[in-house]
Ligand binder design. Structure first.
Ligand code: FES
Ligand code: FES
Length: 207
């Protein structure tokens, strides 16, 4: 899967389709302690001696990871800097913009204010986990078809919040969708198109 993502990104020119697949270019560059399935003995020994570090374990996009990291590492830092899953963006870094939204155990969360330690034992879904091979997820498809973004910086967060909404409420009203997306800012003010995209995604996913 990581190799497929890496290969996909290398091939990608700057296209809307490739952009929405999430910038998963560098998943092949993991350190040894982050390679899925790595034996305990290969973890840095300092993890046991240094109380400022802990071992975290979680599934990200269906793949198990185990790593020794500083306790203060946010989930956003872990995803972007350790796993090189850079489709999740850092905007405000203080729970105000929603650019960093991922799904943790079925709920959309701000990964900038969630510690990686809090996600231990959990299931994390990021924008890189939505498309299957060359097929966009219906929500991504709807955002493309309805121009639900301009610069795109907020888009992975908008899409992950949309996914959490449609998973728990497959047929929302416009007001319900607007309320669900209230925590995701868009500096380009593409709100009308974002809402259209979510409603179109709802129809696509129920078809
Ligand atoms: S970067 Fe997390 S809410 Fe803005
Ligand atoms: S599309 Fe530019 S910030 Fe939302």
């Amino acid at each position: 899967m990581a190799d497929e993502q890496s290969e996909t990104s290398e091939k990608a020119s700057v296209s809307r389709r490739a952009f929405l697949k999430g910038g998963a270019a560098a998943t092949g560059a993991l350190s040894a302690s982050l390679i899925p399935g790595v034996a305990d003995a290969q973890l840095p020994e300092a993890s046991e001696a240094d109380p400022r570090h802990s071992t975290v374990e979680m599934k990200v996009n269906g793949r198990p990871y185990r790593a020794d990291i500083p306790n203060r590492t946010t989930l956003l830092q872990f995803l972007r800097e350790d796993l090189k899953l850079t489709g999740t963006k850092m905007g405000c870094d203080r729970a105000q913009c929603g650019a960093c939204t991922v799904i943790l155990n079925g709920r959309n969360v701000y990964s900038c204010t969630t510690l990686a330690l809090e996600a231990t034992g959990g299931d994390v879904l990021t924008i890189e986990g939505l498309a299957k091979d060359d097929a966009l997820h219906p929500i991504q498809q709807a955002y493309v078809e309805h121009s639900g973004f301009q610069c795109g910086f907020c888009t992975s967060g908008q899409i992950m919040t949309s996914k959490a909404l449609l998973d728990r409420m497959p047929n929302p009203t416009e007001d319900q969708a607007r309320a669900a997306l209230a925590g995701n800012m868009c500096r380009c003010s593409a709100y009308k198109k974002i809402l259209e995209s979510v409603m179109a995604a709802s129809r696509l996913m129920r078809a």
